[in-house]
Design a binder for this molecule. Structure first.
Ligand code: ACM
Ligand code: ZN
Length: 240
C-alpha cells in the first residue's frame, strides 16, 4: 500500500528452482537429498543442495503454497520466479528426478528445468499472473505473456523482445551494484541505455526499462549497502 500510494508496483522475486538453499535448510524434504545446508555457497555436489527437487510432488505443493501467499500480498501483474544459475548435478543423481524425466520423456536435466518452469508458469497463469524470470528461462520456450529479465548481458533481452516478450534490462555490465565502482562507475550507470540499438521501434517498446541489483550476501552492514547503491541508483533511475 505504501508503494501503491507512490505509483510504484513492487514485483516480488521468489527464486526457484535454484538459489534456494535457505528454503531447503528449513524444508529439506523438498530437496533431492533431504540434507539441510546452512552455509552459503554455490553448490557443486550432492552434499550442498540449493535446488528444489522437481521429481517430488510435495515440491510443487510447497511452491504453490508459497506463491499463493505471495500473490495475496503483491498485486503485481507479474511474479518473478528467478530461474537462473541452476546447477543441475543433483538432479542427475536423484531417483525422484530420474523417474520424473522418464515419465515425462525428458532427455536431459535442461529439459527437466524447462518442464519445472512450465508447470510453475501454468500455475501462475491460472491465477491471472504472468511469469517473469532471468534470461535462462528462454532456454525452454515460454508462454507469450512471460517476461524476461536480462542479466547475462543484453542478448537474452534482445532475443526475448524479438520473440514478443516484455523485457527488463539488468545486465552485469551496468546494473550490478554489488560490483565495485571500478567495474561499474557512476558515470556508466548514468549513461546506460536500456533499449539496445539493434531493435526495431516495436521491439524496443517491449523493453520496459532497467533494474539495478544489489546482492547483499557479502555486505555485512547497511552503510556498506548504501555506499554501493548511492549514487549509482540515481543514474539508473534517471535512465528509465
Ligand atoms: C543473477 O545475478 N544470477 C540473476
Ligand atoms: Zn530430485
Amino acid at each position: 500500500a505504501y508503494a501503491r500510494d507512490r505509483f510504484i508496483t513492487v514485483v516480488p522475486e521468489i527464486e526457484m528452482p535454484g538459489h534456494s538453499m535457505p528454503a531447503l535448510a528449513a524444508y529439506p524434504e523438498v530437496s533431492c537429498t533431504f540434507f539441510a545446508q546452512t552455509a552459503w555457497r554455490i553448490a557443486t555436489g550432492m552434499n550442498h543442495p540449493t535446488n528444489y527437487c522437481p521429481g517430488k510432488e510435495r515440491t510443487f505443493q510447497f511452491l504453490q503454497d508459497v506463491l499463493d501467499e505471495v500473490m495475496a500480498l503483491f498485486p503485481s501483474e507479474v511474479i518473478h520466479i528467478g530461474g537462473d544459475e541452476v546447477n543441475k548435478y543433483q538432479w542427475t543423481k536423484c531417483a525422484d528426478c530420474q523417474k520424473r524425466m522418464e515419465q515425462e520423456r525428458l532427455e536431459d536435466p535442461e529439459a527437466l528445468q524447462s518442464w519445472f518452469l512450465h508447470r510453475i508458469e501454468t500455475y501462475l497463469n491460472k491465477k491471472g499472473r504472468a511469469m517473469m524470470g532471468w534470461d535462462e528461462i528462454l532456454e525452454g520456450g515460454l508462454a507469450p505473456n512471460a517476461q524476461v529479465m536480462s542479466w547475462r548481458g543484453e542478448a537474452g533481452g534482445i532475443a526475448a523482445a524479438k520473440q514478443g516478450h516484455n523485457v527488463v534490462m539488468s545486465p552485469t555490465s551496468h546494473c550490478y551494484f554489488d560490483y565495485s565502482y571500478q567495474a561499474i562507475s557512476t558515470q556508466a550507470a548514468f549513461e546506460y541505455e536500456p533499449v539496445p540499438a539493434g531493435l526495431t521501434e516495436e521491439e524496443g517498446r517491449r523493453v520496459r526499462g532497467a533494474q539495478a541489483n544489489v546482492w547483499t550476501e557479502w555486505m555485512p552492514t547497511w552503510s556498506k549497502v548504501e555506499s554501493m547503491v548511492f549514487p549509482r541508483i540515481l543514474g539508473i533511475a534517471d535512465r528509465l
